[in-house]
Design a protein. Structure first.
Length: 183
């Protein structure tokens, strides 16, 4: 909607058969009021083309595999509404939708599942249930799903990593081995 106020034409590519499954009805109605917004369902970006700047995109129609080229000056990609954390170790604590739990959420899940956090201190704000492993951005349970938030959380995580490493230098070696054995 925002782009349509400035762009000559906005094309919304939707991989699924409609917007209804992933967008509020009122937003779909608002899209319909803008004559410069075109919705192409069952479509996806197959390639970006250009020499020193974006010139066109190659659109693939998913049902047929047919491809078409469309001139474009810019692309805004909105992806990642679902957590893609299946590749992470199974012992990393995730919520029911697959988002990685950190900080206070770790302690809540530990209490609910009668599990145990291996350190005397609580997990740092962005620390997972594995001491020294941090999660930031969209993959984190309860995060604000915005780029600026992810960048800010990344900066915070660096500070926590330094704090964690300083802690490790203070902890005797034998105690660190026990912590790893428990985790």
């Amino acid at each position: 909607m925002f782009f349509a106020d400035y762009a000559r034409s906005v094309t919304l590519l939707v991989r699924g058969p409609s917007l209804a499954a992933t967008m509020s009805h009122y937003l779909i109605q608002q899209l319909a009021t803008k004559s410069n917004i075109h919705v192409e369902t069952g479509s996806q970006v197959a390639a970006l083309e250009g020499e020193d700047h974006l010139e066109s995109i190659l659109i693939e129609h998913r049902a047929t595999g047919e491809r078409s080229r469309k001139e474009a000056e810019a692309v805004f990609a909105f992806i990642g509404a679902d957590a893609e954390t299946g590749w992470l170790p199974v012992d990393l604590c995730k919520d029911e939708r697959g988002y990685v739990c950190t900080g206070r959420d770790v302690m809540d899940i530990v209490a609910r599942n009668d599990a145990r956090w291996p350190l005397e201190r609580d997990p740092y704000l962005l620390e997972t249930n594995v001491p020294g492993v941090f999660a930031v951005g969209d993959v984190r349970h309860g995060s604000i799903k915005r780029v600026a938030s992810g960048v800010g959380e990344g900066s915070m995580a660096i500070a926590f990593v330094h704090q964690y490493l300083a802690e490790q230098r203070e902890v005797p070696t034998e105690e660190r081995r026990r912590e790893r054995a428990i985790a």
